[in-house]
Write a protein that binds this ligand. Structure first.
Ligand SMILES: Nc1ncnc2c1ncn2[C@@H]1O[C@H](COP(=O)(O)OP(=O)(O)OP(=O)(O)O)[C@@H](O)[C@H]1O
Ligand SMILES: [Mg+2]
Length: 247
C-alpha cells in the first residue's frame, strides 16, 4: 500500500548495542523507517545483520539503546515494563521459525486457546474455526499437530497469532524450517493477510526471492538500512497448486 498509506510504526534513529568495552556489538545503528498498516513488509539481510534485533524492538520484546519507536501514536521507549508487556500482548502477533504448537491440543484448540485470552471461550472457538478456514485449514480443525505437515503447522501458528486480531504481525524466518514449496504457501498466506485484513505484516528472512513480493522492502547490512523501498505493484505470491491439493 503506497497511496493512502497509514503508518503504524515510526522508527527513528534506532540503535541497539549489546555488551560493553571490547565485547561491545552494535546490532542496529541509526535505523529510520516507517511501517504501514496493510503492507507486507520484508526485511532482508545476512545472518547477524540485525533483523531479529529490529523485530524484537518493534514487538516490545527489547528496547533500543538510542532512538524512538512510535507504535500507533505511542512512544514505546517511554513505556514502563508493564505497559510495554501490555503492548506486546494485545497489539502484536508473533510467528517464529518453529511453530511451538501445544502437542496435545488439536489445531482448533491451539488457536482457540490464544483467542480465549481476549474473548469468551464460546466466541474463541468460533473465531478459531474462521481463522483456520482463512488459512486454508478448515478441513484440518480436529487434527493434532503430529498429524500435520510443517506448512500446515505453520499456518496453524499464523491463525493463532491472528487470534487476538493484532494490528502488527511479526514473523521471524517463518519459512525457515520448510521446503520451498511449503514455505511459499506460508508466505502467500502472510501476504494475503496483510492485504485482506490491513494488518502490518513484517517478515524477516534471508530468502531474497521474497524481495519482489514485498509492498515495502528493507535491506539490512551490519545493523544499518541499505535499502528502504516501497513497491506499488509487488508480485502476488500464489500458493502452489500441488501443496494446496496435498494439504
Ligand atoms: N542478546 C545479545 N547479546 C549480544 N549480542 C547480541 C545479542 N543479540 C544479538 N546480538 C548480536 O547482534 C547482531 C545482530 O543479531 P541479530 O540476531 O539481530 O541478527 P539476525 O539478522 O537476526 O541474524 P540471523 O539471520 O542469523 O538470525 C549479531 O552480531 C549478534 O551476535
Ligand atoms: Mg535472526
Amino acid at each position: 500500500m503506497v497511496n493512502g498509506a497509514r503508518p503504524f510504526l515510526r522508527i527513528r534513529g534506532v540503535g541497539r548495542r549489546f555488551g560493553s568495552g571490547p565485547a561491545e556489538v552494535t546490532a542496529l545503528d541509526s535505523v529510520d523507517t516507517t511501517i504501514n498498516a496493510g503492507d507486507f513488509t520484508v526485511v532482508l539481510g545476512a545472518s547477524g545483520s540485525g533483523k531479529s534485533t529490529l523485530l524484537n524492538i518493534i514487538g516490545g520484546m527489547d528496547r533500543p539503546t538510542t532512538g524512538s519507536v512510535v507504535a500507533d501514536g505511542t512512544e514505546l521507549t517511554e513505556l514502563s515494563d508493564r505497559r510495554l508487556t501490555d503492548y506486546r500482548r494485545t497489539r502484536v502477533g508473533f510467528v517464529f521459525q518453529f511453530y511451538n504448537l501445544v502437542p496435545n491440543l488439536t489445531a482448533v484448540e491451539n488457536v482457540a486457546l490464544a483467542a480465549s485470552l481476549v474473548m469468551p471461550m464460546r466466541d474463541a472457538g468460533t473465531l478459531a474455526e474462521e481463522l483456520l478456514t482463512e488459512v486454508g485449514l478448515g478441513h484440518r480443525l480436529a487434527q493434532f499437530p503430529r498429524n500435520l505437515s510443517g506448512g500446515e503447522m505453520q499456518r496453524v501458528a499464523i491463525a493463532r497469532a491472528l487470534a487476538k486480531r493484532p494490528p502488527l504481525l511479526l514473523c521471524d524466518e517463518p519459512s525457515g524450517a520448510l521446503d520451498s514449496v511449503t514455505g511459499q504457501h506460508v508466505l502467500a498466506q502472510l501476504q494475503r493477510t496483510a492485504r485482506d485484513t490491513g494488518t502490518a505484516v513484517v517478515v524477516v528472512t534471508h530468502d531474497s526471492t521474497l524481495a519482489d513480493a514485498a509492498d515495502h522492502l528493507i535491506r539490512l547490512a551490519d545493523g544499518r538500512i541499505v535499502t528502504d523501498e516501497h513497491e506499488p505493484a509487488p508480485a502476488l505470491l500464489v500458493p502452489p497448486a500441488s501443496s494446496t491439493a496435498a494439504s
